[in-house]
Design a protein around this ligand. Structure first.
Ligand code: KMH
Ligand code: ZN
Length: 274
């Protein structure tokens, strides 16, 4: 078990509407401000989805480049761009995200029912995306929404070798309607099935956020929190900012005697060049 906890913040996502969640950071200024607050609160990685001028999810390359640059100038956070985008984004658009020059990216290891929709990640797309990360020196984080995705991760590593950076780091995304449930026994089953030497964080969607945090800390994992995943702080209490979610994660990590990992340590841990 590591002595510190890597905290990733996922501040925006592609699913929530600004009109319904006014606190959601959707403009570049809002995102940079959120990133600064979350870094101060203990985050070391930011998982980024961006929006267009109408606050709709977009994978526009120029906008992604501007975002990476602005976050690099304003913070020391590791910048992980989403290659998941929004349900229905094309594979070509999702692959092109890597051209924006992030430190890291998400790479989902299989298709999954996603509420009433389907988040598509067929094997040929996964393999193209993985090979592109290797060509472009981008550290992938393997997003696992289901136990079957772990089988696909083993197959990917067997077929194409280790990731850029050298560490296999995964994120268990738990509690999506259609994916694996967000509870301790599923988390343990998933962790048991990971490749030898892999490290992992976990995130619980919606009401599973807090139980998944406790389970992850108990099992030696790292944490991802943010308004992409959770809009309710506690029953009946809306989240007011990403920073409060990071503050809570950092407090629990300290309580577990594994305080937040600082950005420099996180770079070394994930194999992201300084
Ligand atoms: N927005 C979801 C369809 C990722 O960022 O890589 C996919 C997602 C995963 O959020
Ligand atoms: Zn995402």
């Amino acid at each position: 078990m590591g002595a510190t906890t890597l905290i990733t913040v996922a501040p925006t996502g592609a699913e929530s509407a600004k009109s319904e969640v006014p606190q959601l950071p959707v403009t570049l200024d809002e995102l940079v401000q959120t990133a600064k607050e979350c870094e101060a609160a203990g985050a070391a990685v930011i998982h980024v989805h961006i929006r267009d001028d109408e606050a709709r999810p977009t994978l526009d390359l120029a906008r992604l480049r501007d975002t990476v640059q602005a976050l690099r100038e304003a913070t020391g956070l590791i910048i992980q761009l989403s290659t998941g985008g929004a349900v229905g984004d094309s594979y070509e658009d999702r692959l092109r995200v890597l051209e924006a020059g992030p430190d890291a990216c998400s790479l989902t290891c299989g298709t999954v029912n996603f509420g009433d929709e389907v988040f598509m990640n067929p094997w040929p797309f996964m393999t193209r995306l993985y090979q592109r990360t290797q060509e472009l020196d981008i550290v992938p984080e393997f997003e696992l929404f289901d136990l079957g995705h772990i089988g696909a991760l083993h197959r990917l590593l067997d077929a194409y070798g280790p990731p850029y950076g050298g560490r296999v780091h995964c994120d268990l995304v738990m509690g999506v309607p259609g994916g694996m449930p967000g509870d301790a026994r599923t988390l343990v089953a998933a962790v048991e099935a990971l490749p030898e030497g892999a490290t992992w964080s976990a995130t619980g969607i919606g009401r599973t956020s807090v139980p998944v945090m406790f389970a992850a800390l108990s099992a030696g994992g790292h944490l991802r929190v943010g308004m992409e995943d959770t809009l309710t702080y506690a029953k009946g209490i809306p989240v007011t900012s990403n920073a409060v979610l990071v503050e809570r994660a950092a407090a629990l990590a300290r309580f577990a005697q594994r305080p937040p990992m600082m950005a420099d340590e996180a770079r070394e841990f994930l194999g992201v060049p300084s």
